[in-house]
Design a protein around this ligand. Sequence first.
Ligand code: UDP
Length: 336
Amino acid sequence: MSDHNSNSEDMKRILAGLQDVDYQDKTVLVTGGSGFLGSWMCETLLNKGAHVICLDNYASGRPENTDHLLDHPCFTRIEHDISKPFDPERKLDLVCHLASRAGPLEFEHYPIQILKSNTLGTMHALGIAKKYNARLLFTSTSEIYGEAEVFPTPETYRGNVNTLGIRGCYDEAKRAGEAYCMAYHRQHGLDVRIVRIFNTYGPRMRSDGHYGRVIPRFIDQAMQNQPITIFGDGTQTRSFCYVTDQITGLLRLAGLPGLAGEVVNIGNPVEWTILELAKKIIQLVHSSSTLSYGPLQQDDPMRRLPNIDKARKVLGFEPQVGLDEGLPRMTEEFLI
Ligand code: UDP
């Protein structure tokens, strides 16, 4: 695992995008803080001078993602499942609720836990924010749009979700999470911000078993010269955002003033077919892998493309890292 301290190129890039956002001496609770995005968020906040309480039950997050932060004087790590009540007993400025399994291959195995972390977990996170008069960032998802019919998809699109399908546990839980946030915002005046995260990749993303998402799975398969497992015919599309851009967007949304009750898409609006992605990865790692085709998963969206006009306007957000730069950065991790 490469060292992602404040001197790493990736961290420098995130910090450059946050120069006008102040986290100095703020206390932030990050649920899912040892997950892929959570660990980047904790580390960035520490580099911005914040005190960070990282909460994780290690369902899909991994302790090793934050082990290197344990010596930091402003970092506290607690093992806890946010779908059960929690009180930090400490004044907070911000709660970032990231805790949830997010991989479609996990939906089949853990649907109840996924529902709980985004409904009960969101309710608990909101309760904590209310008690300590803190702001809350809820990480929602492009999945709330389901099989979208409008492209690029703006925040005003209301979605086309199959409540009964395999993805329903995630999509509907995130939709309920958004409704919880707006309820606390309206009824208690809580400063909530909702981000709809589109496919994101980068170092610390899992490639193993049912945790793996398409990019780490394909890199892993290509590096081992094993067949690349294309689900369906590979004509479905995704738009991939590198982790430094995603974290910059999240922490701009959480940290800038005047955004209470706002919902913002964060992603990279460049669309790729899964087949194009597979070929790119094979070429990048000089692999002899072949393509193997299997069945498309139920309700796998055929297109996903964010409209990020709102993020551009209210956050000054602009993705900096395309696949041609991000993929090689990610493969470095697999070589260590
Ligand atoms: N996919 C694939 N092979 C794999 C894993 C994923 O073809 O081994 C496809 C999947 O069917 C989907 C896309 O890649 O269309 C993105 O899948 P991922 O699991 O990363 O997340 P999703 O975007 O579906 O939430």
